[in-house]
Design a protein. Structure first.
Length: 253
């Protein structure tokens, strides 16, 4: 997939991985549209970028999505790439009494999985009109091996499965390529509650993403995600143990 002269929509583009991808793509001559729920943060991010349009929009809100899709079709008819980066993760103990796990899982699943399906479906007709187009779904290492964020992990596993099926469906009859970006733990405000300071930088993720996109690497397993994937293939039990090592130690202490 070419990485220049595209029109790119990035959900959750005001911070973290989304912002760093927006920055790199804008510097390569792409027009980048970033969305987010917080208008102030979105405008602050846009002020640091060039060749960018900021649109306040919540991917989990159906009315917001309808307005976004209408604006994209009207103002950006050359849109040829969607990067579904917006995410939601809630830290809680699923085994605790009154964890309210259902409501938390519903919240995460809506943002991380169902909202991606909705936005892709609504913008797919526009993507199909382009000479070359791409959908990028940002999942996680936990799509392979669940971690301490149990229902977040489940939502990313669902996204991974959907991404594979969508890729197979679209490669048969369209010019829409489907990519999956799979970061490990990343040092962002989003991951701070689960020890994000120990993760890699969002810039490193963005750089590897751009390289993978250029090489048509449809499953871009960043950094330690590749190591965990290889371990998972050889021993799912060992991979699960390693992913949850700290959690197991806390339970046994």
């Amino acid at each position: 997939m070419k990485t220049t002269n595209n029109t790119v929509l990035i959900s959750g583009g005001s911070a973290g991985i989304g912002f760093e991808i927006a920055k790199l793509l804008s510097e390569k001559g792409n027009h980048v549209i970033i969305t987010g729920r917080n208008e102030e943060r979105l405008n602050q991010a846009a002020a640091k970028l060039k060749n960018v349009t900021a649109i306040v929009s919540d991917v989990s809100n159906s009315e917001d999505v309808e307005r976004l899709v209408e604006q994209i079709n009207s103002d950006f008819p050359n849109l040829n790439m969607i990067i579904n980066n917006a995410g939601r993760a809630l830290v809680y103990d699923i085994a605790a009494e009154n964890a309210n796990a259902y409501d938390k899982a519903e919240d995460e699943m809506l943002t991380n999985y169902l909202s991606v399906i909705r936005l892709n479906e609504k913008l797919l007709p526009l993507l199909k009109k382009q000479e070359a187009a791409a959908i990028v779904n940002v999942s996680s290492v936990v799509a392979f091996v669940p971690g301490s964020l149990v229902t977040y992990s489940a939502s990313k596993a669902a996204l991974h499965s959907y991404t594979q099926s969508l890729r197979l469906a679209l490669q048969q009859e369209t010019n829409v390529a489907v990519f999956e970006l799979m970061p490990p733990l990343v040092d962002t405000e989003f991951s701070a509650p689960i020890g994000g300071k120990n993760g890699i930088s969002p810039l490193a993720v963005a750089e590897q993403f751009i390289a993978g996109l250029e090489q048509n690497e449809y499953e871009i397993r960043v950094g330690q995600t590749e190591d965990m994937y290889r371990l998972y293939l050889s021993s799912p039990e060992d991979a699960l143990q390693l992913m949850n090592q700290t959690r197991t130690q806390e339970i046994n202490s």
